[in-house]
Design a protein around this ligand. Structure first.
Ligand SMILES: Cc1cc2nc3c(=O)[nH]c(=O)nc-3n(C[C@H](O)[C@H](O)[C@H](O)COP(=O)(O)O)c2cc1C
Length: 226
């Protein structure tokens, strides 16, 4: 199997977490390694480490009368990285059934009018994206199904497919917390005992397995479209 040869194209792996020792960052490294093994050149974009500012500003605010508007240099640098990518894999913790502010701000500022949308021939047409969201909810929590639907509606339909991507998949990685948590019928947050030792190792191994499964399924689907 080729290693990071770039023969398969470029994969932009976007990480949205403030700690490099987080499960999110670990999951992003696992996903990147698998994409590298499949022959992708990896462009790792750690939004926090690179100091990306998610706040919208005057320079990057779209001008609906001018889709050729020149946005900030920072935004243009990110646009180039997106254009260079054949696939994007965004790895993030689910916050309020959505993406964290840093990732939302990256989309707000960079996936801009005239670049990501607003053209009869979208510049991002044909690209593919996998959204890997880590969620604290447990797999048996009834909230999980609704979370999957909300994320698909926002990230796949509302953003990626709207911008001309040919494929957008949401991989929801539940059970991301060491202490299982769920909300009971009265709205109380029930936090279980921390998993430790061999059980914790097994939980991590299962998490990695599910991550690889999502990435491999995404790659397999891709070869069907290619
Ligand atoms: C502000 C905030 C909002 C959260 N919202 C949700 C949520 O809507 N659903 C959920 O299952 N977990 C939610 N969580 C839990 C996170 O998804 C979980 O802590 C994270 O995925 C763990 O990964 P990490 O260790 O890499 O941070 C939330 C956590 C925070 C801090």
């Amino acid at each position: 199997m080729p290693q990071h040869t770039g023969d398969a194209g470029t994969a932009l792996v976007v990480v949205a977490h403030h700690r490099s020792d987080s499960l999110t960052a670990h999951t992003a490294r696992r996903a990147a390694a698998r994409l590298g093994a499949a022959g992708y050149r990896i462009d790792l974009l750690d939004l926090h480490a690179e100091g990306f500012d998610p706040r919208m500003n005057v320079e990057d605010q779209p001008d609906w009368g001018n889709r050729e508007k020149r946005y900030s240099e920072e935004t243009h640098a990110h646009m180039r990285r997106i254009l260079d990518a054949d696939v994007i894999v965004a790895v993030f913790p689910v916050y309020w059934q959505s993406v964290p502010a840093v990732l939302k701000g990256w989309i707000d500022r960079v996936w801009n009018y005239g670049f990501a949308y607003g053209r009869s021939k979208p510049r991002l047409a044909g690209k593919r994206i996998l959204w890997l969201g880590l969620a604290g909810a447990t797999a048996d929590d009834p909230i999980a199904q609704g979370m999957q639907s909300v994320l698909e509606a926002t990230l796949s339909e509302g953003i990626a497919l709207y911008c001309g991507f040919s494929r957008s998949t949401v991989g929801l990685l539940l059970d991301a917390e060491e202490r299982p948590q769920r909300v009971d019928d009265e709205g109380n947050l029930l936090v279980g005992d921390a998993v430790t030792g061999a059980e914790r190792e097994a939980q991590y191994a299962d998490f990695d397995r599910r991550t690889l499964e999502f990435v491999e399924k995404f790659l397999a689907d891709e070869s069907l479209v290619a």
